[in-house]
Write a protein that binds this ligand. Structure first.
Ligand SMILES: *Cc1c(COP(=O)(O)O)cnc(C)c1O
Length: 441
């Protein structure tokens, strides 16, 4: 009889996970902070948010932090703050969630997608530079799944061309790039702090920058109540008091209250996550087919991770598809083991066929003086990466005896892969998801 659970063998994972995956970690301190705001009737104020911003800026090592109601709006404000406007182009990696890019449409701008590197899963600097045109106004860097993007190369290119760099830190709060926290290496960072992310406060977002003008433009777009006499930027001063962007983007104070408590424990908790993830990878060091998606440089790290993945080298298992491999691992008792990651955005209908604002043609083209569509086949790494990555468990606690069982599930499938080759249907062409990662049923 086979050892593999998929063929009736015993499952590798036998123990109850307990708190191994529990996230967010909510204690009486979070509850008390929320109740204080509720009872005071201060849900729509800004006093708690301003304290959270101050503490967040200190933690980030940034001059300014501005709270938002979600990451989508924080990124929208970052784009506006960088001057992205009518006819401009934003360069964004194709492998990310759409909120790294789609808000550009509402500013009258368009999006050009760039290729990712198959090892970091972040922007490929060489490809990025090829996409720069006289219309490029900003580059959106995504520290994908917590992995710091190659900021030295990206900043060198951006500065040489006089282009602003926005960091989407939604997956990577606290991740280090060569000893520096990501978010303020570029001109501005913006991020989600929703509950699914490593930094969970409810629904919320944060913008961080060292640039006063960027900070004030972000205020102008969606924080009319703070767009007052303190504004110093000359080009904004004539409009003081006006709801410039027309948006209302302030953070809900129940979220700010949770955020202040979460921040106190964030470094400690994510340190434990990294210890657990490192242990998992250590246990699989000698197993072929899997490689950690994690920076090699010891002064860089993955922060709190976000839906961690491994790189899947199918050639080392005679071409066994990641879908089949993942199915076998799931049957061993690892529900998070899904093949693929985000599907490439340059093929998403919203970027190709939707006439969102009634211009008579798809918005991506309507907002550009030239036809910038990117056909299937134009970004080969992004289009095939789904077959080369695999979801692994996102441990929130360092519990060696449990982590060992999860690692054993992957090891067992890798060691018995030959049994899976015969019935391997291969990977479907639409592997991965547009928004959430696909979960096993
Ligand atoms: C979650 C996410 C966002 C959007 O954040 P929300 O808080 O959900 O609005 C943006 N970019 C990336 C990469 C994300 O994963």
């Amino acid at each position: 009889m086979s050892e593999l659970a998929i063929f009736g063998g015993p499952r590798a994972v036998t123990k109850e996970p307990g708190d191994l995956f529990t996230w967010p970690i909510i204690t009486e301190e979070d509850e008390a902070a929320v109740l204080e705001v509720l009872r005071r009737g201060a849900m729509s104020g800004t006093d708690v948010t301003k304290k959270f911003e101050e503490e967040f800026a200190a933690w980030q090592g940034a001059e300014y932090a501005l709270g938002f109601n979600n990451g989508t709006s924080a990124l929208h404000a970052a784009m506006f703050a960088c001057g992205l406007g009518i006819g401009d182009e934003l360069i964004c990696p194709s492998i990310t969630y759409w909120a790294s890019a789609l808000q550009a449409f509402s500013l009258g701008a368009t999006v050009v997608f760039a290729e990712i590197d198959p090892v970091t899963l972040c922007l490929d600097p060489e490809d990025l530079e090829k996409r720069i045109t006289p219309r490029t106004k900003a580059i959106m860097v995504v520290h994908y799944l917590g992995h710091p993007a190659p900021m030295d190369e990206i900043m060198e290119i951006a500065n040489r061309h006089g282009i602003k760099v926005i960091e989407d830190v939604s997956h990577a709060q606290g991740s280090l790039y060569k000893g520096k926290k990501v978010g303020t290496i570029g001109h501005v960072g913006a991020m989600s702090l929703m509950t699914g992310k490593a930094f969970p406060i409810g629904e919320g977002g944060m913008l961080v920058t060292n640039d006063r003008e960027i900070y004030e433009r972000a205020i102008a777009l969606g924080h009319y109540e703070r767009f007052d006499e303190q504004i110093q930027t000359e080009s904004l001063r004539p409009y003081i008091g006006l709801p410039l962007g027309g948006y209302k983007y302030r953070m809900h104070q129940l979220s700010s209250a949770v955020g202040r408590v979460q921040l106190k424990y964030y470094d400690e908790r994510t340190c434990e996550i990294r210890k657990a993830m490192d242990y998992f990878w250590e246990l699989l060091e000698d197993v072929p087919v899997l490689r950690p998606h994690r920076p090699k440089d010891p002064s860089s790290h993955m922060g709190g991770y976000y839906y961690p993945h491994g790189l899947y080298i199918k050639e080392e298992l005679e071409g066994l598809s990641v879908s089949r491999f993942a199915e076998a691992v799931r049957t061993e008792g690892v529900p998070d083991c899904c093949p693929g990651c985000n599907r490439p955005l340059h093929l998403h209908p919203v970027f190709n066929t939707c006439d969102v604002y009634g211009a008579g043609k798809p918005t991506r083209i309507a907002n550009s003086p030239v036809d910038i569509r990117q056909e299937p086949g134009s970004l080969p790494v992004s289009e095939s990466i789904g077959t080369r990555v695999i979801g692994i468990p996102w441990f929130k606690r360092y519990r060696p005896e449990l982590i060992e069982e999860y690692a054993q599930a992957f090891r067992k499938v890798a060691e018995n892969y030959k049994e899976l080759l015969a019935e391997d249907p291969g990977d479907p062409p639409d592997l991965g998801g547009w928004h959430f990662f696909r979960h096993s049923s």
